[in-house]
Design a protein around this ligand. Structure first.
Ligand code: C5P
Length: 237
């Protein structure tokens, strides 16, 4: 998909991660925030509780869906899953870049340029210790993310999901016409929770992210709408 035109039509560069368990919570957040954001992210938490109907639910409220199920399987299975997702008219979706070029190419072909297709690089909950000790990857996170981003580009995908710490390395490797979506967003004084590689909204945008994914910093705030307004103000300043 040529994503540039699509991005220009969004209300803001913010995607809200609807990491909640029930429809009522999702509905309250969409209704409160839809004047400020165009795209809501449905991940495995909400998808496993509500099923594919959650996609129609968000579309019916005039918003776009980022289906973040991070497919990571053999090429044939990923291809079928991407094909099924595309039929639901989602705006963006993810596969794990670690699935390899053949898997990502299958995803690319199944998507038929009908959706923005992203490769997830190294999860923002992973630090150098986990990468080295648990995953036995000897490269640094920056090197590994740059490598995965390069593979993603070779496979034909539109861009990657990566932390703010790697944005400039991805730009060096993949150029400016490559979409970078950054999660792990935290206000400077807020709790990191399980995230390791975090950045504030303004930092992530200044580093060159095209879009940022914000979950708990907004969804768990006492007033999501008020916090959202502050976030937009921070980005604009
Ligand atoms: O609540 P928080 O802002 O940490 O949520 C981040 C969201 O972004 C979660 O839905 C998580 O699944 C997703 N994500 C991530 N790191 C990645 C890819 C996706 O945190 N590398």
């Amino acid at each position: 998909m040529t994503y540039k035109k699509e991005l220009n039509s969004l209300k803001s560069p913010v995607i809200i991660a609807l990491d909640v368990d029930n429809l009522k919570q999702a509905e309250i957040l969409v209704e409160e925030l839809k004047d400020y954001v165009s795209v809501f992210k449905v991940g495995s938490q909400l998808f496993t509780s509500q099923g594919p109907a959650i996609i129609d639910f968000i579309h019916e409220r005039g918003c776009k869906v980022f289906l973040d199920l991070k497919f990571h399987d053999i090429p044939n299975t990923v291809s079928s899953a991407v094909g099924n997702t595309v039929k639901k008219g989602v705006f963006m979706l993810t596969v794990h870049a670690s699935g390899g070029i053949e898997m990502m190419r299958s995803a690319y072909e199944a998507a038929q340029s009908q959706t923005i297709l992203l490769g997830v690089t190294v999860l923002t909950s992973i630090d150098e210790g986990i990468l080295k000790n648990d995953l036995h990857i000897s490269a640094s996170i920056k090197e590994h993310v740059s490598h995965l981003a390069k593979m993603t580009k070779i496979a034909g995908l539109d861009g990657v999901v990566a932390s703010s710490e790697e944005t400039k390395y991805i730009r060096q490797t993949c150029g400016k016409d490559f979409l970078i979506v950054t999660p792990g967003i935290r206000f400077t004084d807020s709790d990191k929770n399980d995230q390791k590689r975090t950045a504030s909204p303004a930092q992530a945008i200044n580093e060159g992210a095209d879009l940022i994914v914000v979950g708990r910093s907004i969804t768990k705030a006492s007033s999501p709408k008020h916090t959202m307004k502050m976030l937009i103000k921070e980005i604009n300043e």
